[in-house]
Design a protein around this ligand. Structure first.
Ligand SMILES: [Zn+2]
Length: 199
């Protein structure tokens, strides 16, 4: 099976597992009602409710919802961008070189074959929106080069969303970055500059 399919299957499994975990967490206490015949019908209804709440919370907690809830959280910068640049609205997330972030076949090399031990910091993007080797300043992260890509970035690009994944050296640090929408200055000619979201 190609790596892409494997990654997709793994992502699907992780999502299902997370949703089930929440469904379980919110429903186990309601099963107590099932042990008593007198309140069993109520118990079943509660179980259903617990599962429903569990699914909702599980879904709400998945990364997907952040994309919707964080929209519009930052207004466009008030000044013009630096010469030759344009303001672009961007969704930022964090990753590290571990197998949890980069899939079971992670080999510690970026999409343009950089060794992550030599280049611990860098940015993953959709190359149609942001060409490799572009240097960007991301507030709160720093100044880094686009040297990697990923399925999530390509998928967001297809939906007209500019997504950057910022590389950290350890997993906890990457998780702590979370999901943040912001505005950054990008070279005026790149795809990300002309997205409807950046207007
Ligand atoms: Zn990681």
């Amino acid at each position: 099976m190609p790596t892409k399919t494997l990654r997709l299957l793994r992502l699907l499994w992780l999502s299902v597992r997370r949703i089930l975990q929440y469904a379980w967490r919110f429903s186990w206490w309601t099963t107590a009602g099932l042990r008593d015949a007198r309140i069993r019908p109520k118990g079943l209804r509660l179980l259903g409710l617990g599962l429903a709440i569990g699914f909702l919370v599980g879904w709400a907690n998945s990364e997907v919802i952040h994309v919707f809830t964080d929209r519009g959280s930052m207004p466009k910068p008030v000044t013009p961008p630096p010469p030759g640049m344009a303001w672009a609205r961007v969704l930022t997330t964090g990753y590290c070189p571990c197998t949890s972030c980069c899939g079971p076949n992670a080999i510690g090399r970026t999409a343009i074959n950089k060794d992550v031990r030599v280049h611990p910091y860098g940015i993953a993007a959709d190359k149609g929106l942001m060409p490799y080797r572009t240097t960007l300043y991301v507030p709160g992260y720093g100044i880094a080069e686009v040297d990697d890509t990923g399925g999530a970035m390509r998928q967001n690009a297809r939906r007209g969303r500019f997504h950057l994944d910022l590389r950290f050296t350890d997993h906890a640090q990457a998780r702590r970055w979370g999901v943040r929408w912001m505005w950054i200055a990008v070279p005026a000619g790149v795809g990300a500059a002309s997205l409807p979201e950046s207007r």
